[in-house]
Design a protein around this ligand. Structure first.
Ligand code: CMX
Length: 465
């Protein structure tokens, strides 16, 4: 057990440092302490629910759902957020306007601090300003990358997509996993969540440094500003990317990182992170898997696709962005067998509130920007065209329809990087659930599959009966 003692000693040295930071900033609980206080109650609640209602039927499954991406089948547990088809996302019961109102903000700012959202998603509680500040400081203090991760990023060719570089670098952080070391040393399963927590915070702290290093290597001079422990997470990230001098951009980053974080558990990136984590892979390996899913064009990469599509439309329409021209362009996209990027959703059946939040930001900060006007005009035409086209169940815009335009306005024009920003944000949603999963002792995930032949036998026998 000496390896476990070494892991525990390292963890406790780190904890001493963070406790010192906390003692300096606040006398209130740290996030880890608060989660530890709340966990027994949650464990008891789940135990009671399972004992009382474990055999209650909570849904039915149609054959078409098995062939339809399992849409709507209930079978996942996700504590941080629930998505209503009409109302949109609720973070621990709160809408986007609610979190904009309730969560601590930067001085003079209007947008929530994503660090505070992480706290909310993990505990269900809104942290105080002092707790948020102490957590920001902890993240900044843990941000330094190991040398081999820096080298892996620096050796990646600029032609390798930023999302592939991102996932490789996150995978390479596995060397830092306290969970993997503790598991190898034989830690008791009751302690899993503590090491998962440490890995998750370590990972969250390092993501902006990884992302900024990729951005600066691929698109700029390869130099990355150092982390400043007095700044919040988003300000540090914006600074490292090279946009830290514009206070509006900092606010955009806070909004961006907050609204892209969590969208319940069934989306590809959240589900993948959770699934891989269920095999007790570390948070580094689990998130890397989720990022690979986010990189798909029907999921997170849609923000890049939207920009490429908008730019192609802009150049083809030569400035005449009348609704008639946009309508023709939309039909061309659909008739060529492609999807309209940024529109449609697997669960939502109205305009994504994340779209609306970004539209409000644009109306305030860039009402006359030409790309924003184009996005607004498309919003007036696309739902009608998609409805006439008759395929999609949801003709309304999603989050990716708007995000890129805001970044373009501030000169952040490299759209192939946009999904990396989404990935940094998604960690704020999926890592809390990994910690909760380990705290609740969730089992390895293993749903049942059948071959088409076996399904045929099944439905024939059901229909005969
Ligand atoms: N343009 C054209 N056709 C669309 C469409 C769109 N924006 N959205 C859905 N459809 C089509 C589907 O491709 C499907 O066609 P087939 O029957 O030929 O296979 C049909 O409409 C039914 O699809 P659906 O049930 O409405 O949508 P799904 O739940 O299967 O898929 C999504 C959801 C998001 C993948 C889909 O709407 C889409 O491809 N949108 C464009 C890409 C996009 O914006 N993705 C980002 C989503 C948000 C995110 O995860 O980041």
């Amino acid at each position: 057990m000496s390896a476990l003692r070494t892991v525990t000693r390292t963890a406790s040295r780190k904890s001493t440092l963070y406790n010192a930071i906390r003692a300096y900033s606040t006398k209130e609980s740290t996030l880890k302490e608060r989660f530890a206080e709340l966990l027994p109650e949650k464990q008891a609640q789940v135990k009671e629910l399972k004992a009382k209602y474990g055999k209650t039927v909570i849904g039915e499954v149609l054959l078409e759902q098995a062939y339809g991406g399992m849409r709507g089948i209930k079978g996942l547990v996700w504590e941080g957020s629930v998505l209503d088809p009409l109302e949109g996302i609720r973070f621990r019961g709160r809408t986007i306007p609610d979190i904009q109102k309730e969560l601590p903000k930067a001085e003079g700012g209007e947008q929530p601090l994503p660090e505070a959202l992480f706290w909310l998603l993990l505990t269900g509680e809104v942290p105080t300003a002092a707790q948020t500040k102490a957590f920001s400081e902890e993240l900044a203090a843990r941000s330094k990358l190991p040398k081999h991760v820096e080298e892996i990023i620096d050796r990646s060719p600029a032609t390798l997509h930023p999302m592939a570089q991102f996932s490789i670098a996150v995978t390479a952080l596995e060397s830092e996993s306290q969970f993997a070391k503790a598991y190898a040393a034989g830690v008791n399963k009751k302690e899993y969540w503590k090491y998962t927590y440490e890995d998750s915070i370590e990972l969250l702290a390092k993501l902006p440094v990884i992302a900024a290093r990729i951005y600066r290597n691929v698109f700029k001079d390869g130099k990355v500003a150092s982390v400043d422990t007095s700044l919040d997470y988003s300000a540090n990230f914006a600074n490292m990317l090279g946009y830290g001098s514009n206070p509006e951009f900092l606010e955009l980053m806070r909004l961006y990182l907050s609204i892209h974080s969590d969208h319940e558990g069934g989306n590809v990136s959240a589900h993948t992170t959770h699934l891989v984590g269920s095999a007790l892979s570390s948070p580094f390996l689990s998130l890397a898997a989720g990022l690979n899913g986010l990189a798909g064009p029907l999921h997170g990469r849609a923000n890049q696709e939207v920009l490429e599509w908008l730019k192609a439309m802009q150049s083809e329409l030569k400035g005449d962005i009348s609704k008639e021209n946009i309508e023709k362009y939309l039909w061309n996209t659909l008739n060529s067998g492609r999807v309209v990027p940024g529109y449609g959703h697997a669960v939502l059946r109205k305009t994504d509130p994340r779209y609306t939040a970004q539209r409000e930001f644009a109306l305030k900060h860039m009402p006359d920007y030409d790309l924003f006007k184009l996005v607004s005009n498309i919003y007036e035409v696309a739902p009608k065209v998609l409805t006439e086209h008759g395929k999609t169940k949801n003709p309304w815009p999603n989050v990716d329809s708007h995000s890129g335009v805001l970044l373009q306005y501030y000169g952040f024009t490299e759209e192939s990087f946009y999904t990396v920003l989404f990935g940094v944000s998604r960690a704020f949603g999926v890592l809390p659930q990994l910690i909760i999963d380990r705290g609740l002792g969730m089992p390895i995930e293993r749903p049942k599959s059948f071959s088409t032949e076996k399904y045929k036998q099944l439905v024939e026998s059901i229909n005969k009966a």
